[in-house]
Write a protein that binds this ligand. Structure first.
Ligand SMILES: Cc1cc2nc3c(=O)[nH]c(=O)nc-3n(C[C@H](O)[C@H](O)[C@H](O)COP(=O)(O)O)c2cc1C
Length: 189
């Protein structure tokens, strides 16, 4: 598979099979979370991995899915929820929070996951106080986001942008994600 085919597939996924993420796939995701670039190589990102089904259920109740879709189609049903969440935490004992570092760390997690067919969703619309308490994250640390993982039940594809950036579902329940055209986003000097 060439890099563009890989990146077209490495989308946001929100509905998942019940298969656990284990072995080489899990190791690759965790290692990717070690290998991100960071300003000054400070490496201020810490993680909490949530993969016990009962814990995943609790975390899932504290995140918000697919703001552009009606709840009944955008939110995973109980048998479609992720099988793993990773909390991405900015450890202020190491360095001040740096969102570029967090983004690069998340990109690594997602990139490694997709190499194994594991889909993911970055979750910024989350109940931070309740999640921090449940995940036992110390007060002074910043919960940047949760990232949901699982083997996708549905597909997701980039589609040509017409007049709206909102993603939508096609007749098969697959996600279509409008992307602005190359000639709109680049300018050569
Ligand atoms: C910083 C950030 C926060 C996001 N938060 C949420 C979220 O809370 N819930 C959700 O369902 N999707 C969330 N997403 C996923 C975006 O909706 C998704 O990336 C966007 O629609 C583009 O789709 P794509 O990732 O397939 O290109 C978030 C993405 C980013 C980058």
């Amino acid at each position: 598979m060439n890099v563009i085919e890989y990146l077209k597939g490495k989308r946001t996924y929100r509905k998942f099979r019940r298969d656990a993420i284990m072995g080489e796939a899990l190791t690759a995701i965790l290692t990717a979370g070690q290998l991100y670039s960071s300003a000054g190589n400070k490496q201020g990102i810490k993680y909490v991995v949530v993969n016990k089904p009962e814990d995943v259920k609790v975390v899932n109740s504290l995140v918000h899915w697919a703001a552009y879709l009606p709840k009944e189609v955008g939110t995973p049903k109980p048998d479609e929820i992720p099988v793993m969440f990773i909390a991405v935490i900015q450890d202020t004992d190491v360095c001040p929070p740096n969102d570029t570092d967090a983004g690069l760390a998340i990109g690594n997690l997602q990139g490694a996951a997709w190499c194994y067919g594991v889909g993911s969703c970055i979750m910024g619309a989350i109940d931070r106080p309740k999640l921090k308490s449940f995940l036992k994250i110390p007060e002074e640390m910043v919960l940047h986001s949760m990232v949901a993982f699982g083997y996708p039940l549905k597909e997701s594809h980039p589609v040509d942008f017409k007049d709206d950036i909102k993603y939508y579902l096609d007749e098969n329940g697959n996600t279509c994600v409008p992307k602005r055209p190359i000639d709109e986003i680049y300018r050569f000097l």
